[in-house]
Design a protein around this ligand. Structure first.
Ligand SMILES: *[C@@H]1O[C@H](CO)[C@@H](O)[C@H](O)[C@H]1NC(C)=O
Length: 213
């Protein structure tokens, strides 16, 4: 019984701390909120009254029709499986659920983007108009495109640019990897055994193409 009380005390305390961690008075309607999330920086548009509109990959809408289950916070597993299956939705969450425990940057993009932001109310209205599901492609339409369109009126993504640069780097290093593999293959043929390592590039290439399409 004591243990139960202790646990619930900690649970309530940590929940309280979570809620007070974000000072809602700092956010204005139409603000661009930014949080680090797994592999990406995640972006959302503040709509007012503790509501954030954001585009997030999520597998759950194609697995269930239970609206209350879908409305719960998107966990990292749901997110990653959504990226792989390429399904996402533009949804509204509370600031706590949106931030997923991270610090929030406000309008950080304004100093990086050459375009001035649109009027806050116009930004929020654009964000609201796009609520619902979309298919999500890591390269061509992601959470960053969504907020860039809403706040600056154009759909570009700096992260995509970086991702392309990384892919190009990997492609180049792959050429040298192939040369290494070729030497390896000769050795394998010579020794008469196959390692699982030679199967890996065969799987990796179609996967990369699927993610990039
Ligand atoms: C829907 O999900 C909620 C929360 O996960 C759960 O409590 C409820 O039982 C589910 N309803 C149905 C019909 O499965």
């Amino acid at each position: 019984m004591f243990l139960y009380q202790l646990l619930s005390f900690f649970f309530v305390a940590s929940k309280k701390e979570e809620e007070s961690k974000y000072d809602l008075s700092l956010y204005k309607r139409g603000d661009l909120l930014e949080v680090p999330r797994t592999l990406f920086t995640h972006f959302g548009i503040y709509l007012g009254d503790n509501r954030v509109a954001h585009l997030i990959p999520d597998i759950l809408p194609i697995l269930t029709r239970n609206k209350s289950a879908i409305a719960k916070m998107v966990t990292n597993n749901r997110l990653l499986m959504g990226v792989i299956a390429k399904v996402a939705s533009v949804r509204v969450d509370s600031v706590v659920d949106f931030a997923y425990g991270s610090e929030i940057l406000i309008n950080h993009m304004d100093s990086v983007c050459s375009q001035p932001p649109l009027d806050g109310d116009e930004v929020a209205r654009r964000a609201e108009k796009l609520l619902g599901s979309v298919t999500y492609s890591l390269l061509w339409y992601n959470c960053e495109h969504y907020v860039m369109y809403c706040r600056y009126g154009m759909a570009i993504s700096y992260q995509t640019y970086q991702f392309c640069t990384i892919v190009r780097k990997i492609a180049f290093s792959r050429i040298s990897a192939y040369l290494t593999a070729l030497c390896g293959a000769c050795t394998v043929l010579y020794l008469g055994c196959v390692t699982p390592l030679t199967v890996l590039p065969t799987l990796l290439i179609p996967f990369t193409i699927w993610m990039a399409a």
